[in-house]
Design a binder for this molecule. Structure first.
Ligand code: NAD
Length: 480
């Protein structure tokens, strides 16, 4: 069995601890590697390397740092398909979705090349007679990022480019469930010329995270994962006086009005709900069908869901791929079992479990007549389950969506500009779509939700990540 290693000081190193967890191919149930669980000793070793690297890397002019990112970008583009294959193998998502994931990660790295402009400060020549003031941006020091299983390339790429180009030394703690893709990306950055210690990968789970959160020399933590872990990371990091941003779970609502163009709407909702097995923080998990269109929406969703192709990620034309782990699949199934007792289970994806015993499959499930009183509406399932709630009008539909504790994305399907304006202004969500199925901001716009979908101030990517990874110094100057 291949036991993975940490990437520390520019080389692969063994993890001290004997403890490890398996990495599976979710399509076959096979164990393909072992993630060692690092302890505070492994984290401390990485911090030592990062401190040394920061001392010199932070003094390299930003233009030169950006050149290393440029060389990494070239490698990334050349190896795009090989990385996508790794994603499909350890995560299970379709090869097409994996390629799209790498492409979105590449966008983040491309945008990181704008660091020389985005790191500029501001000046005023005469704040009073003979006095000028200028602010400069400086890197923070040793920073960390803790990432989730569902985007093992895109999320680390969004973070690593910015953390490094702004002059920090980053310690990355990939998901223990899908670490292999992220580890390869870290290695590739060094093949592109990144000095040892500037970017390191430490494998592990809770113990490694706790060591990061309490280490006095790590000054900032970027986190993406479930709301429960995000809250813990946010509180613990803040207690240790670190700067922290924590991107968390979701329950995205899509409202369908009577004037929506139904064909692309239904097609878009089906893909947003069921591709990647519903394991996306931007997945649509609730449809709010408004007024007289509700019956037709449910009927068409059911037809489409029944037609979806269940299979492994390398199969041509596959729609619904396996879930990350058997335990997770069984947890999602239990939600469906419970919901079927109060709502109407229009499409039952549970037979796929026996039809595909080789992996962690669950077919698409569609529930009608769901209400906010049900657990299936309240909680993030992270699986191929779509709930339909019915509403009288747009006001009621928005009110339902806004009752959720989550507020990552929200979508309105309509042809009415006025309805779109009302929705835009009243919906409580960080990323809003109007006839757009997955309203993921491109790399130049900030990513992030509201309420229990995000704890922090600055979003992911671009200008806001530059703000997160730098601190200001305002210099007042007078010459006699
Ligand atoms: P998770 O919270 O289980 O794990 C995320 C990271 O935290 C991993 O690196 C893991 O090792 C670590 N971790 C897990 N449990 C921990 C604990 N008790 N203490 C300390 N660290 C712990 O999340 P996941 O299952 O890997 O990812 C799926 C979740 O991430 C979903 O809730 C999804 O909505 C969310 N997500 C959010 C965004 C966003 O940008 N808002 C993006 C992707 C995924």
């Amino acid at each position: 069995m291949r036991r993975l290693q940490n990437y520390v000081n520019g080389t692969w190193v063994e993890v001290e601890s004997e403890h490890a967890v398996p990495v599976y191919n979710p399509a076959t149930g096979e164990v393909i590697a072992e993630t060692p669980l690092s302890t505070h000793v492994d984290v401390a070793r990485a911090v030592e390397g990062a401190k040394r690297a920061f001392a010199s890397w932070s003094r390299v002019p930003v233009v030169k740092r950006a050149r290393v990112v440029f060389d990494f970008l070239a490698k990334l583009k050349a190896e795009r398909d090989a990385i996508a294959k790794m994603i499909t193998t350890e995560h299970g998502k379709s090869y097409l979705d994996a390629q799209a994931e790498v492409d979105r990660g590449i966008e983040g790295i491309e945008h990181a090349l704008s660091a020389p402009t985005l790191m500029m400060g501001e000046s005023l020549a005469e704040v009073s007679e003979g006095l000028e003031q200028t602010y400069y941006r400086y890197p923070l020091g040793v920073v960390a990022s803790i990432t989730p299983f569902n985007f093992p390339a895109m999320i680390p790429l969004w973070v690593m480019g910015w953390a490094v180009v702004t002059g920090n030394a980053l310690i990355l703690k990939p998901s223990e469930q899908t670490p292999m893709t992220t580890l390869r990306l870290v290695e590739m950055f060094h093949e592109a010329g990144l000095p040892p210690g500037v970017l390191q990968a430490v494998n592990g789970g809770k113990e490694a995270v706790d060591a990061i959160l309490s280490h006095p020399e790590i000054v900032a933590v970027n986190f993406t994962g479930s709301t429960r872990t995000a809250a813990y990371v946010y509180e613990t990091a803040a207690r240790h006086h670190k700067r922290v941003q924590a991107f968390a779970g979701a329950k995205n609502h899509a409202i369908v009005l009577e004037d929506a163009v139904l064909e692309p709407t239904i097609d878009g909702i089906l893909r947003a709900a069921f591709h990647n097995g519903g394991q996306r923080c931007m997945a649509t998990s609730v449809v709010v069908a408004v007024g007289s269109v509700a019956d037709e929406v449910v009927e068409r969703l059911a037809e489409g869901a029944r037609r979806m192709k269940i299979g492994h990620g390398f199969e041509e034309g596959v729609d619904v791929t396996p879930l990350i782990r058997k335990e997770h699949r069984d947890r999602v199934r239990a939600y469906v079992d419970e919901a079927a007792m109060s709502a109407r289970l229009v499409v039952d994806g549970r037979p796929a479990i026996d039809e595909h015993p080789e992996g962690f499959y669950l077919g698409p499930c569609l529930l009608d007549g769901v209400t906010p009183e049900m657990r299936v509406w309240q909680e993030e399932l992270f699986g191929p389950v779509l709930s339909v709630v019915r509403a009288r009008d747009l006001d009621e539909a928005i009110a339902i969506a806004n009752r959720s504790r989550y507020a990552n994305g929200a979508i309105l399907y309509t042809q009415s500009g006025k309805a779109a304006q009302v929705f835009r202004d009243r919906i409580d969500a960080g990323m809003v779509g109007i006839n757009v199925n997955v309203p993921l901001p491109v790399a130049f716009f900030p990513f992030g939700g509201h309420k229990d979908s995000f704890y922090g101030v600055t979003g992911e990517n671009g200008k806001e990540l530059v703000q997160f990874f730098t601190r200001r110094k305002v210099v007042s100057t007078r010459w006699f």
